[in-house]
Design a protein. Structure first.
Length: 748
């Protein structure tokens, strides 16, 4: 016991030294972050001291590292968390990533209760300005990019029911994935099991919500297969928010000899006529948070989305030292969206109308060589490759009315053509990454990516007052990253990383000229960022604890210049600063109890003053507002906490193996616009879930029930940043319930 105590004291001394080094490595971030999170860190440390047995927490598992080779996240010089399949499904609806990714520190993910607009996701504050879809974060589904070459992305086709895990990486090494400054989210399907397994599932819940699903997976000889299909529907937590979604995933894994494997994937998602309740003004939110905006009812705002994509991944091992991996993919995504824009606003010949018709085809290839060996008695691995992604887009705009603008015959319908253009993005990259164990206790990692992103647009709508606005622009960036991991002991690692990232504007952000006329905003520059991160990763019997301190300074941050009449115009501001802390800890006990907690502290501010317009462009001096240096960036909470207390019967009982969990989520207030004119209040909500699993021969039956928002709290679950009509607030639902069941049948 004395010897163990001396070792623990030595490790504590080493940890203190590392923490001091980390504090100096990330200027100013540590000074406020460590002090404000000290009590939380102490609680997590106390949990670790009570270790009893291995818990197998998701975040301590195996992930794809910065060199795209599987290794424990414990050994990676980056903040990486992996949420495993059981966590994604057990007691969950299996519909949205927000159900479980709220447990990942540094990630703010909001279920908007609006299936016409997808989830709001930001990583360390990057992506928070997006009013729909995901940007600033690189997305992958089974190795296929779910982010377009222009940086925009969607996650509606992510299948949680067949996923093995979802990985989330934040910080400097995200830059090695190209046009994404804030992080990477990747979903991986489970490998086919031996034999065959069939798994139907069903759930129902509040707001006439239901989901039906079925999976068939297995392997025979050299062929493995997995097919997953589901259909989801909801009447909506708010008025005018009903939606349905059909989703299918197919995965085939073929062994073409001992050294070669081919994996084929296919995916389809169809979301027809998803109703859009829009955001609410402060007055509307206060009067009735369950209502839709009156404009949503007037124009029957809605969106239809359909996507089909496929991919192939070929891997071949030439020797124990060398192998190659080549991936191909392609797909098509079609969107039809009806907006709430007044007919009178659409009179100007430069106005693009109130209906968006977008058909986006995309394809790409990624080829890489992986070499590993020994140098100076240390193992190393080198990855080098090239990638090209192409996005072809037909974008059309129509009036959302028929008849005269002063007296429309019908609203919320397709009217006259107002916009027609062919857009194209070609993203070409070369990259190289390496890891080397330079010392038994020290591993270094480094990488660099060179990207060329070319945008071009061919204007097909040329009429009086709307001239030919065809044009092109090319963005180039070189993004390096480097890190080091120091193994203080077998169960304690310290790391530090530096890197540079960039974000090009998306076509949605280029869509409108800053002068208020026609044409694209080709003067908009990409945002570039410098990242620094330092952290500690600890393992102990039954759990783990991770600490990360980070800082990101951005130049030419892309911000809103004006947002009126359905036209969101963007500009480059000066510098912004993001500084913060992420802390996560998990612990399991032999008695069946387990605890998990994740805390994020983030200060995101405009470092330079800039001017924004509160009226329609061109902006008159009287309509311009100065955003002062030091103003909080909107859409980003300063503090967030997720905590979970789980109990699982340590052994099967006669009626099955029960489990139950209490979840807590707390988020501080969120500013709604650059002016900080209003804010969504902070909130704390709890959820309770319980379930049981029963095995009978080849059958495994599971059932669950959950209740969200136990206290029936009234709060805004998300905000629409810089919304032009003051419709900032998207209310979260009150107390609601879900019950479901799954039946798995396995044939060996």
């Amino acid at each position: 016991m004395r010897q163990r105590g001396r070792r623990a004291a030595a490790r504590l001394t080493a940890s203190s030294a590392v923490l001091r080094a980390v504090s100096s490595a990330v200027p100013r971030a540590a000074s406020f972050a460590v002090l404000r999170a000290a009590s939380f860190a102490a609680a997590c440390t106390a949990l670790g001291a009570m270790a009893q047995e291995a818990a197998g927490p998701d975040a301590a598992g195996v992930v794809v590292s910065v060199t795209s080779v599987a290794q424990p996240s414990f050994d990676a010089p980056a903040a990486i968390d992996a949420v495993g399949g059981r966590t994604l499904r057990e007691g969950q609806r299996q519909v949205n990533l927000s159900e479980t990714l709220a447990r990942v520190p540094g990630l703010n993910i909001a279920d908007r209760q609006n299936y016409a607009q997808d989830l709001q996701i930001s990583s360390r504050g990057f992506g928070a300005r997006s009013t729909f879809g995901v940007r600033g974060i690189r997305l992958y589904a089974d190795g296929i990019p779910a982010s377009m070459p222009d940086g925009s992305g969607q996650v509606s086709h992510f299948s949680l029911s067949s996923a093995a895990r979802v990985e989330v990486m934040r910080g400097p090494f995200s830059a090695l994935h190209g046009n994404a400054a804030g992080g990477v989210i990747a979903i991986f399907s489970a490998d086919p099991p031996a034999g065959m397994q069939a798994t139907p599932s069903a759930s129902i819940g509040s707001f006439n919500t239901w989901r039906l699903g079925a999976q068939v997976a297995g392997s025979e000889g050299a062929v493995g297969y997995a097919f997953d299909a589901s259909r989801f529907g909801t009447g909506g937590a708010r008025d005018h928010s009903a939606a349905t979604r059909e989703l299918e995933n197919l995965r085939l894994k073929l062994s073409l000899g001992g050294a070669t494997t081919l994996t084929l994937t296919g995916n389809r998602v169809d979301m027809p006529e998803s109703q859009d309740p829009l955001g609410l003004t402060r007055a509307e939110y206060g009067a009735n948070p369950n209502q839709a905006s009156p404009a949503a009812l007037t124009f029957n705002t809605r969106k239809s989305t359909r996507q089909v994509q496929g991919g192939a991944l070929l891997e071949h091992r030439f020797s124990s030292e060398n192998r190659v991996r080549v991936g191909f993919y392609g797909g098509d995504r079609a969107i039809m969206q009806y907006q709430a824009i007044a007919p009178a606003t659409q009179v100007a010949p430069t106005q693009a109308g109130g209906v968006i018709d977008l058909d986006r085809g995309y394809y790409g290839v990624d080829a890489r060589w992986i070499h590993q060996g020994i140098a100076a008695d240390g193992a190393y691995m080198v990855t080098a490759g090239i990638a090209q992604e192409v996005q072809n887009e037909l974008r059309r705009g129509f009036q959302n009315f028929t008849g005269a603008s002063a007296a429309p015959a019908a609203l919320g319908v397709i009217g006259a053509l107002r916009r027609n253009e062919n857009n194209r993005v070609v993203n070409t990259s070369q990259f190289a990454q390496a890891e080397w164990q330079v010392h038994p206790l020290i591993k270094v990692s480094a990488g660099i990516r060179q990207s060329r992103v070319a945008f071009s647009s061919k204007d097909l709508y040329v009429v009086a007052g709307n001239p030919d606005d065809s044009g092109a622009v090319v963005y180039r960036a070189t993004t390096p990253a480097a890190g080091v991991v120091w193994s203080i002991s077998g169960d304690l690692n310290a790391y530090a990383t530096l890197g540079r990232g960039f974000e090009t504007p998306t076509f949605n952000e280029l869509a409108y000229s800053p002068a208020g006329g026609s044409g694209l905003n080709f003067a908009l520059r990409p945002a570039t960022s410098r990242h620094a991160e330092a952290g500690l990763k600890a393992r102990f019997a039954g759990g783990y604890a991770n600490l990360a301190l980070f800082r990101a300074d951005t130049t030419d941050e892309i911000v809103t210049a004006s947002n009126t009449g359905g036209r969101a115009i963007f500009q480059n501001a000066g510098h912004t600063e993001r500084r913060g802390l992420e802390l996560a800890a998990a612990k399991a006990y032999a008695s069946g109890w387990a605890v998990y907690a994740a805390y994020t502290l983030l200060e995101a501010k405009y470092a330079d003053a800039f001017r924004t317009c509160v009226g329609a462009p061109p902006c008159a001096p009287a309509a311009a507002v100065t955003i002062a240096a030091g103003t909080d960036m909107p859409g980003i909470p300063k503090r967030s906490l997720y905590a979970e207390l789980l109990w699982r019967a340590p052994r099967a009982l006669s009626y099955g193996t029960p489990h139950a969990a209490l979840e807590l989520r707390s988020v501080s207030q969120i500013q709604v616009d650059d002016r900080n004119s209003d804010a969504a209040a902070g909130y704390s909500v709890a959820a309770l879930r319980a379930g049981i699993e029963k095995r009978i021969g080849p059958w495994v039956a599971t059932a669950f029930a959950r209740v969200d928002n136990l206290s029936d709290a009234r709060y805004a679950g998300s905000v629409i940043v810089n919304e032009s009509n003051g419709r900032f607030f998207e209310p979260a639902p009150g107390r609601n319930w879900t019950v479901g069941a799954t039946l798995a049948w396995r044939i060996k």
